[in-house]
Design a protein around this ligand. Structure first.
Ligand SMILES: NC(=O)C1=CN([C@@H]2O[C@H](COP(=O)(O)OP(=O)(O)OC[C@H]3O[C@@H](n4cnc5c(N)ncnc54)[C@H](OP(=O)(O)O)[C@@H]3O)[C@@H](O)[C@H]2O)C=CC1
Ligand SMILES: O=C(O)[C@@H]1CCC=N1
Length: 276
């Protein structure tokens, strides 16, 4: 999919927005469509090495304001507690009708709308880092200020590199607790599973091949077969066989309950962040 975007200003380009940027460039968006800012000069310099227009607030106090001038899309990629200050900094320089998209967890569109001029349209998105390899999952919600065009434009940023789910804003932090944070859950599972394999006497390399190869293969099989995971699990689990014993141990650990508990802890933290 190739897309036409207006000039895009990305304010704060770290792990998350950096992955969104990677996805955009991989999809064919021209690098001169995008202007970037970071806090540190070292981060901006790293982007300039890749031929991008990047400046740092550390060395140019006007960097954020300059970046948003004339930008039709402004992507906020700073930490949640930095969003309001950043909006106050750039508000007077936002183009009339600009679409401001925040990827921050916790900070509501109503909060953001109170810090931008009338006519600026605010959208929230919660992507995840696999968007950098074209396999993102992004939740998106329009603020009261955003019309369908604004939401569609913002959605394109993420749809070029994965799936986009539009949800009511009241569900966005819960979506983040599933798919936004989700890659961390998968990486933790892989880490701990590899540790278990090493405890059984395999080398780190062997454990890596077995666990990562199995995860990749199982996910691909799930995607290509179109089957339910429970059916594929049953196909591995021979009655009275070995997997049955292992799965019984895992089921005793109440994985569903533990994952729900983890997600609720993330949602509670998003609520705390919304009050900072
Ligand atoms: N990481 C993830 O998987 C996800 C993160 N998010 C959201 O993304 C946002 C960013 O998180 P993450 O990418 O992990 O954080 P990072 O710390 O990796 O990135 C933050 C970026 O903001 C820059 N920055 C900080 N202050 C300013 C400023 N005043 N002006 C311009 N740039 C600034 C930093 O510059 P420098 O590099 O110089 O420090 C850095 O590039 C958060 O709000 C988070 O809630 C949402 C979904 C998933
Ligand atoms: O941990 C965080 O706060 C961010 C939001 C979702 C994933 N990372």
């Amino acid at each position: 999919m190739t897309i036409e975007l207006p000039r895009v200003a990305m304010l704060g380009v770290g792990s998350m927005s950096g992955a969104v940027l990677q996805g955009l460039l991989a999809s064919g968006v021209a690098s001169d469509t995008v202007v970037l800012t970071t806090r540190s000069e070292s981060s901006a310099a790293a982007h300039r090495v890749s031929g991008l227009d990047a400046s740092a607030t550390e060395t140019d106090a006007d960097a954020n304001r300059a970046a948003v001038r004339g930008a039709g899309l402004v992507v906020l990629g700073v930490k949640p507690f930095g969003i309001v200050d950043l909006l106050d900094e750039v508000a007077a320089d936002l183009a009339p009708g600009a679409v401001v998209v925040s990827v921050a967890v916790g900070v509501t569109t109503a909060t953001m709308e109170a810090h931008v001029p009338a006519g600026v349209r605010v959208v929230r998105a919660l992507p995840n880092t696999p968007i950098g390899v074209g396999l993102g999952v992004t939740g998106i919600s329009a603020g009261a200020s955003a019309d369908a065009d604004a939401t569609a434009l913002a959605g394109q940023l993420f749809a070029v590199s994965g799936e986009v789910i539009e949800v009511p804003e009241s569900q966005l932090d819960a979506l983040s607790a599933v798919s936004g944070s989700g890659p961390a859950y998968v990486f933790l599972l892989v880490e701990q599973w590899q540790q278990a394999a090493e405890a059984l006497g395999f080398t780190h390399e062997q454990a890596r091949t077995m666990v990562q190869g199995t995860v990749r293969g199982a996910v691909e099989l799930l995607a290509r077969s179109g089957s339910e995971p429970a059916d594929l699990r049953r196909a591995v689990t021979s009655p009275k066989g070995t997997t049955e014993r292992a799965v019984a141990v895992l089921q005793d650990a109440d994985l569903a309950g533990t994952l729900e508990h983890a997600a609720r802890a993330a949602i509670a933290r998003a609520e705390e962040l919304s009050r900072l």
